[in-house]
Design a protein around this ligand. Structure first.
Ligand code: SF4
Ligand code: SF4
Length: 313
């Protein structure tokens, strides 16, 4: 193990990441895990299961060739920040508008990036020749697969990375560096998924059309957060339940997440009924979602979700 890798693991722990690891690029791109995953990815693009997320189609070439993301990449470091224990990670009550746990927290892109910057600052203080690039949903990298190759977790049938410690409630960050670290692919035991299909069975829209196969066009998360034209009702209005921003159904059904389940909760920022949402002004909405993953969403689009899912009460 290289000194750089040792510092990374030590500092990741100090920054509050629950798991971290790394893998040399050559070992990663030759691995069965990567080759299987990239074929899976291509198939999703060809079958149009990526919905209108064209950036995923454009990102296929760099996901196959890391030189296009950062020339000279020799290793991939990865760290996972758990959020299951945070107050916002408690499920929202079944009645009223429901939000996915992760959207109710802070902007994880910023938080994970800042933590990784702190770590890399310490590393480059001693190794100032090191070139690196931090990727937190900001570069075409298969983050979940990198994390799986680093032994941080396994990919469940719900397509999410998970481990026994944090369940599937983790934010991931990857750092590309131009030095080898002496680490091979390390795959975690995924037998917890053996004989289980609770996530697939629980998905209300059959977006999980088979184990580890997600059709984004049918996914409530995609429809409520990413679809610019608003939720597609051809997949059945009733199937949406009252999810207005994201969906946690497949995560809530997962036994690996069970120890992390808590009583329903809604933080003040999100404790609003349907009418309050409808009456909220644009300025109030902007101030409420500032610094959360919903910051990029327009008020108009959010209101459309509210009107479709709940109307007034
Ligand atoms: S987030 Fe919801 S709709 Fe999407 S796959 Fe999971 S359960 Fe299905
Ligand atoms: S619900 Fe079962 S099959 Fe799905 S991810 Fe969790 S353990 Fe795996």
């Amino acid at each position: 193990m290289s000194v750089i890798f040792e510092i990374f693991l030590r500092e990741a722990n100090a920054e509050g990441f629950s798991s971290s690891g790394g893998v040399d690029a050559e070992a990663f791109f030759k691995s069965k895990l990567y080759r299987k995953s990239i074929e899976h990815y291509s198939r999703a693009v060809k079958d149009d299961r990526i919905a209108a997320m064209e950036y995923l189609a454009r990102g296929e070439a760099p996901r196959r060739d890391i030189e296009k993301v950062m020339p000279g990449t020799k290793a991939l470091l990865c760290a996972a920040l758990p959020y299951g224990h945070w107050p916002h990670a408690m499920p929202s009550p079944n009645e009223g508008p429901r939000y996915s746990r992760y959207v109710q927290g802070g902007d994880y892109h910023r938080e994970v990036t800042l933590k990784l910057e702190n770590i890399m600052r310490k590393i480059t203080a001693e190794h100032n020749e090191l070139k690196y690039r931090i990727c937190v949903d900001t570069a075409p990298v298969l983050e979940k697969i990198v994390a799986a190759a680093c032994g941080i977790g396994w990919i469940g049938k719900n397509t999410l990375l998970m481990n026994e410690r944090s369940g599937s409630f983790m934010f991931l960050g990857v750092v590309l560096i131009d030095a080898t670290i002496g680490a091979d692919v390390e795959v975690m035991d995924d037998s917890a998924c053996d004989g289980c299909s609770r996530c697939v069975d629980a998905c209300p829209t059959r977006a999980l059309c088979a184990p580890m196969k997600l059709d984004a066009r049918r996914c409530i998360s995609y429809q409520t957060l990413e679809n610019k034209s608003g939720p597609d009702l051809s997949i059945g209005r009733a199937n949406y339940g009252n999810w207005v921003a994201g969906c946690d159904v497949c995560q809530d059904a997962c036994p690996v997440n069970e120890p992390l389940r808590r009583p329903p909760h809604r933080s003040l920022r999100w404790s609003m009924n349907w009418n309050e949402h409808i009456e909220e002004t644009e300025a109030q909405f902007r101030s409420r979602v500032q610094g959360t993953p919903l910051e990029c969403m327009s008020h108009e689009r959010f209101l459309k979700n509210i009107v479709i899912m709940g109307g007034s009460d």
